[in-house]
Design a protein around this ligand. Structure first.
Ligand code: UD1
Length: 417
């Protein structure tokens, strides 16, 4: 398993570029199953999670190629409607094939996703919505077995805002008879980009950017070509890295409009910004002020930046309260950050972060994707050497993070064992 060796106390300076959004590409890859033909996706980074999805699509019968940032998916001859345990247990987003398979083949058998490092993550909202579209759902031998001769449009109310359930249900409903209306739908940019992709394919979806989305069923969808949106979580991670540094850092190829709440919170911490159409420059203050956050569905503060923000707050000159309402158990990084001599206590789903003057390098372990990013940021700022083990987690969602950060002054070496 690979490790990062990080020489700390580094000041970052310069410009760093953001890759295509993992969480926008995953559903669009699954959406390609809806049309019998070859779609082309651009701005696709080299990430383990995308390789896992590509593997799954190949098992289903699609041809997937990925070279130099371009991915082609030819779903002409799909024939197999199963997502096996081996892949779903590696990546929960495999559940995204449920809606498209049901819509195109009338059947899907997807392994039931278990828990994961960030807590229990049910799929009840996905299943309830498919049921309301007329699918028959059976749970058998650890698998979700969904069948439907023809799905029928319906009014669906989500009791919780869910990115995954909103996208999966939209993909299931594109061929349904009549109109489906989703209420309390998620508004994340990744939902919008999936709507753009599906509409480009010929779907009839309205309500983008709102909590009410309507899908009117169509007879055919066609393969398309689309450039994927930038990754707002990678961009946010780099902005927080800039906030932990003394020199200016510019994050390029990003979408500033997707990062407004983070920018506002970093302003409250004392950072100054210069914002362009697709770039953001950040200048950190001499002393970081403590800022409280509560994670919420978009446009609220993203849970996927909670760990990185805690790393920043561990160096503030006061006490910050960081609450996660989306994944209340997502705090595995707290114990690891405390190994770097941060001072963080947990009270249920609230981290109480008392700032310390400096972190001190140590051996730590990555527990999940975003926790790993937080440890890397903390390691760059800490005095001395930090070793982060189990970095396969970070490779799931960050494309060559060490190369990108080293280019602006970090000193991170990957040790392969
Ligand atoms: C997506 C993102 C993930 C991000 C999360 C929240 C992808 C591949 N992953 O995950 O990075 O952290 O959004 O922004 O895009 N829930 C239920 N029942 C369900 C589904 C969800 O109770 O059937 C709950 C979850 O436990 C959680 C909340 O709803 O508390 C939001 O989860 P959801 O938006 O569905 O997250 P994902 O789509 O899995």
């Amino acid at each position: 398993m690979d490790k990062f060796i990080i020489e700390g106390n580094r000041n970052l300076r310069g410009s760093i570029s953001v890759s295509g959004s993992k969480n926008a590409i995953l559903p669009v890859m699954a959406a390609c199953l809806l049309s019998p033909g070859k779609s082309i996706l651009r701005n696709v980074p080299d990430l383990i999670d995308l390789k896992t999805m590509a593997h799954l699509l190949r098992i289903i019968g699609a041809r997937v190629e990925h070279f130099a940032g371009t991915m082609t998916i030819d779903a002409k001859d799909i024939c197999f409607s199963e997502a096996p345990y081996e892949l779903v247990s590696k990546m929960r987003a495999s559940i995204y094939v449920l809606g498209p398979l049901l819509a195109r083949l009338g059947e899907a058998r997807v392994s039931f996703p278990g828990g994961c490092a960030i807590g229990t993550r049910p799929v009840d909202l996905h299943l309830k919505a498919m049921g309301e579209l007329g699918a028959e759902i059976n749970l058998e031998h650890g698998y979700i077995h969904a069948t439907a001769a023809k799905l029928k449009g319906s009014d669906i109310y989500f009791e919780k805002s869910s990115v995954g359930a909103t996208i999966n249900t939209m993909m299931a409903a594109v061929y349904a008879e009549g109109t489906t209306t989703l209420h309390n739908a998620a508004m994340e940019p990744e939902v919008d980009s999936t709507i753009d992709f599906l509409n480009k394919m010929g779907a009839r979806i309205s309500g983008k950017g709102s909590t009410t989305i309507s899908i009117t069923g169509v007879e055919h969808l066609f393969p398309v070509e689309m450039t994927m949106i930038p990754d707002r979580i990678e961009a946010g991670t780099f902005l927080i890295a800039g906030a932990m540094s003394r020199n200016p850092v510019t994050v390029r190829n990003c979408a500033p409009q997707h990062l407004q709440v983070l920018i506002e919170k970093l302003r409250q911490a004392g950072c100054e910004f210069d914002i362009g159409t697709d770039s953001i420059s950040i200048q950190a203050p001499q002393t970081i002020k403590p800022v409280d956050i509560t994670t919420l569905p978009y446009p609220g503060f993203p849970t996927d930046l909670q760990a990185q923000f805690i790393a920043l707050m561990s160096l503030s000159d006061g006490t910050a309260f960081i609450e996660d309402t989306i994944f209340p158990d997502r705090f595995m990084h707290v114990a690891e950050l405390n190994r770097l001599q941060a001072n963080i206590q947990l009270d249920r789903n609230i981290a109480i972060v008392k700032g310390v003057p400096a972190l001190s390098g140590a051996e730590v372990m990555a527990t999940d994707l975003r926790a790993s990013a937080a440890l890397v940021l903390a390691g760059i700022a800490a005095e001395g050497r930090t070793t982060v083990s189990r970095i396969y987690h970070i490779d799931r969602g960050y494309d060559r993070i060490e190369t990108k950060l080293n280019a602006i002054g970090a000193r991170i070496t990957r040790e392969t064992s």
